[in-house]
Design a protein around this ligand. Structure first.
Ligand code: BV8
Length: 232
């Protein structure tokens, strides 16, 4: 693989996991189809109906743990790129699944959290978690045990590791976005940040995203085809 880049930053979204059987958010029969964002992906929604929100994430965790969901050729291609490139490959994922890690990627930043972790609703501390989170599950880190919530960044909450993300974007000489609609910030603004610091920018998606005009280069098709083609 001839890759004239040394510091690659890759932003992934739900589209990279679609062919692994995980629903995206905004495609046909997507996750938001049956739920309003305000009801299942905001702190207010959790306060209003914690049961609904816990079960929305419990179902997604069950699917991930059922073993029926495995990395696809796109995840494996990125792991190969990280192992073979003479340089750095940083994956910033908006996804809360663990498919990049299962495919062998090591430098993965989960900016919107992780499904296989629970979070203390008081201290924000996270713990590895498998199985359902129920309303009776509480933390062991506070004087008065607090309820556990999914370790997921909801709308209106600050994404995780933003300082680490911005230093990666500043240092990047190549920025690739894979499988994201570009509809959520600050992730949708990363291409602009990387371009401002001189990176070449490439969009790999099934169809043009909302921010496709910001990219130097675009390739469209299913991730399991166009990502391995790029890395080969
Ligand atoms: C914050 C976790 C500030 C939960 C998620 C106006 C302007 C700018 C910003 C805002 C604004 N109004 C409100 C905001 C802020 C808001 C926002 O951006 N709202 C949007 C709706 C406008 N953002 C926030 O609130 C963020 N926080 O701004 O904090 C702050 C500052 C200081 C202090 C406190 C706070 C936090 C946002 C995080 C929300 N959490 N997820 C969960 O997973 O349930 S968002 C969720 O949707 C995902 O995580 C992802 O990030 C996001 C977008 O989804 P995508 O991954 O792109 O998926 P989507 O379905 O949309 O698209 C799939 C794509 O794949 C499609 O393009 C499709 O064509 C393609 N595809 C499909 N199949 C394939 C494929 N591609 C290739 N191959 C295939 N086979």
């Amino acid at each position: 693989m001839h890759f004239p880049y040394r510091n690659i930053v890759i932003l992934t979204g739900a589209g990279i996991s679609a062919e692994s059987g995980i629903k995206t958010f905004r495609d046909q029969d997507g996750l938001w189809e049956n739920h309003r964002i305000e009801d299942v992906a905001t702190p207010e929604g959790f306060k209003r109906d914690p049961n609904l929100v816990q079960s929305f994430y419990n179902q997604r965790r069950q699917q991930l743990e059922s073993g029926s969901v495995q990395p696809n050729a796109a995840h494996y291609a990125l792991s190969r790129l990280e192992n073979e490139l003479d340089g750095t490959v940083t994956i910033i994922t908006q996804n809360i699944d663990n498919l990049h890690e299962k495919a062998g990627s090591h430098d993965v930043i989960h900016m919107h959290g992780e499904l296989l972790k629970a979070q203390c609703s008081q201290s924000g501390q996270t713990i590895e978690w498998s199985g359902d989170i129920s309303l009776d599950d509480s933390c062991h880190c506070c004087q008065i045990p607090a309820p556990l919530r999914p370790n997921v960044v909801w709308f209106g909450e600050m994404p995780q590791s933003m300082d680490k993300i911005y230093s990666a974007l500043v240092a990047a000489d190549l920025f690739i976005a894979i499988g994201t609609s570009g509809s959520v910030y600050p992730a949708a603004g990363f291409v602009h940040e990387a371009a401002m610091h001189g990176a070449h920018t490439l969009e790999l998606n099934l169809e043009p995203s909302i921010v496709e005009s910001e990219f130097d280069e675009k390739r469209y098709g299913p991730a399991s085809q166009i990502v391995p083609e790029l890395v080969e």
